[in-house]
Design a protein around this ligand. Structure first.
Ligand SMILES: Nc1nc2c(ncn2[C@@H]2O[C@H](COP(=O)(O)OP(=O)(O)OP(=O)(O)O)[C@@H](O)[C@H]2O)c(=O)[nH]1
Length: 357
């Protein structure tokens, strides 16, 4: 990674990484850090749940370009709703460093709408010094192929009104589309989990979503790039030069006519567990719980008695994985807890009881 990203009038470029829950944003950023080759990157991570997991995963990556100070976590909340209190001060602190970052990478929560966040770059304190180089949307190709972001054709036909239009999108579909519509580059990730026919279908679905908004021709807007484990050349990711903050009119959103936005459609809670002697049994339980209750995302660290490393558990829909990510630190409390995210109405008591057993 040698060539610098294009900058606009000496401003520090910032890249916004969006994408639905579990699409692979943190994985992509981790790959970016590994290939940063000494370039000073700073990360701002925003998560939906009360407990920040992604920042902890990234700090555990051991990359010299990723020290404690380089990862700023803004947990619990939507960045665009906490602009004045959290986001602007975080950027200002980064810029005030003796050696300011050469590029700022912002990972939004999987439920965030990117457009209001980009609007925050109009704040006077930021606008003169930072430009949004590009918005990158990461898509989970397997989840998209399974129809998680679009109703099945029969349901669509049933909803179609006399004029042939459908205006009842689920909250998940709306978030998914808003993220795509704001993007300069769409990373079609997890290609290892789909075959060629499904991949082609997913790319059609994305192009259709891009053309969905009024006035947009199908296929206009963002470029698509395929990836596994979010592996994309950093020069492609960090050199878009789009000055997105000045191009918002070309990025339609489902929420353009709204004064603000709320977060009523989704919910999250933390489940505290006892230590888990049998990780495989835990994964099986979590898969069953996710399927039964419609959990969208699960993640956290688990204590396995007798193991010096902590177990990272990651669930995306009904797919749950685990691996040991780093040693427990001396004096660190070996706590087991999982952040659970779902649509509003997710039965917290039932999920907790089923997970804790
Ligand atoms: N098979 C496969 N798994 C992947 C790939 N990319 C990411 N994953 C896995 O998907 C899960 C979620 O990945 P993350 O990178 O944490 O996703 P995220 O978008 O940051 O998640 P949120 O921040 O919670 O929205 C993890 O278990 C990853 O290991 C991929 O290309 N293929």
């Amino acid at each position: 990674m040698s060539a610098p990203a294009k900058t606009v009038a000496g401003k520090v470029p910032a890249t916004v990484i969006t994408g639905f829950l579990g699409a692979g944003k943190t994985t992509l950023i981790r790959g970016l850090l590994e290939k940063a080759e000494g370039r000073r990157l700073a990360l701002i991570i925003n998560e939906f749940g009360d407990v920040g997991i992604d920042g902890d995963i990234l700090r555990a990556c051991g990359s010299p370009t990723c020290t404690e100070d380089d990862v700023i976590e803004l947990a619990n909340g939507c960045l665009c709703c906490t602009v004045a209190d959290d986001f602007v001060p975080a950027i200002e602190k980064l810029l005030a460093r003796p050696q300011p970052p050469e590029h700022i990478v912002i990972e939004t929560s999987g439920l965030a709408l990117p457009k209001p966040l980009v609007q925050a770059f109009h704040w006077p304190a930021i606008k003169s010094r930072v430009t949004v180089d590009g918005v990158i949307a990461v898509v989970d190709a397997a989840a998209a192929a399974e129809g998680r972001f679009a109703p099945d054709p029969a349901a669509l036909a049933a909803q179609r009104d006399a004029a042939g239009t459908v205006d009842h999108e689920t909250p998940v579909e709306e978030v998914f589309e808003d993220q795509l519509l704001c993007a300069d580059l769409i990373v079609v990730n997890k290609t290892d989990l789909v075959d060629a026919a499904d991949l082609a279908r997913v790319e059609d679905l994305i192009r259709e979503a891009l053309g969905h908004a009024a006035g947009r021709a199908i296929g206009s807007g963002a470029k698509l790039v395929r990836a596994s484990q979010g592996s994309v050349d950093p020069l492609v990711l960090l050199g878009v030069g789009a000055a997105v903050e000045d191009d918002l009119a070309n990025r339609p959103s489902h929420h353009d006519d709204e004064e603000g936005h709320d977060h009523d459609d989704f919910t999250s809670f933390v489940v505290e567990l006892p230590s888990q002697p049998d990780p495989a049994a835990l994964v099986k339980t979590l898969e069953d719980v996710a399927a039964l209750h419609g959990v969208l995302r699960l993640k956290g660290f688990i204590d396995v008695p007798g193991k010096p490393m902590r177990l990272l558990v990651q669930g995306v829909g009904i797919r749950v994985q685990s691996h040991y990510d780093r040693l427990w630190k001396p004096g660190e409390e070996r706590r087991s807890r999982l952040v659970v995210i779902g649509e509003t109405g997710l039965d917290r008591e039932a999920v907790t009881a089923a997970v804790v057993g």
